[in-house]
Write a protein that binds this ligand. Structure first.
Ligand code: RB5
Length: 149
């Protein structure tokens, strides 16, 4: 389902270690007809990943974007920072299986990728799987609702 206010935009954020893969993911989203909202960084110059996690999480929480994708070297720092935000369900995915479960079981609204771990083809496959897999609801709804209690 596409959100009315943001038109289904996906916010993107990375640090220097995730920058190159972010550019690949951004192009891939555009090719799919999805509006990428690129919140930086804009080069491989060293920056602090929490600053970009914050930008993307705020965009998702305030409705500027429907979903977000964060990239750093390992995905770990972005994951730790993103999941400090109530309402953000950040999922660090390394493969097809975790991308499916992140959506179908966890209703993830932020995908996190490791720029120093994933090749371009696998990253594109993970992004597609994550975008195209619906939340199953049911027992998973009950569990996910406990995150923010
Ligand atoms: C940057 O060197 C690296 O620490 C960062 O990209 C990330 O992997 C942190 O979790």
């Amino acid at each position: 389902m596409t959100c009315n206010t943001c038109g289904g935009a996906v916010a993107l954020g990375s640090d220097h270690a995730g920058f190159e893969l972010k550019e690949i993911v951004k192009e891939h989203l555009s090719e799919r007809g999805i509006t990428p909202l690129d919140l930086g960084t804009d080069s491989t110059r060293s920056v602090d990943y929490p600053d970009y996690a914050r930008k993307v999480c705020e965009a998702v929480l305030n409705g500027t974007a429907e979903k977000g994708i964060l990239l750093c070297g390992t995905g770990l720092g972005m994951s730790m920072m993103a999941n400090r935000y109530k309402g953000i369900r950040g999922a660090l995915c390394h493969d097809h299986f975790t991308a499916v479960a992140a959506r179908s079981h966890n209703d993830s609204n932020v995908l996190i990728l490791g720029g120093r771990i994933l090749g371009a083809d696998l990253a594109r496959e993970i992004v597609d799987t994550w975008l195209d897999t619906p939340f199953e609801g049911g027992r998973h709804e009950r569990r996910v609702s406990k995150f923010d209690e």
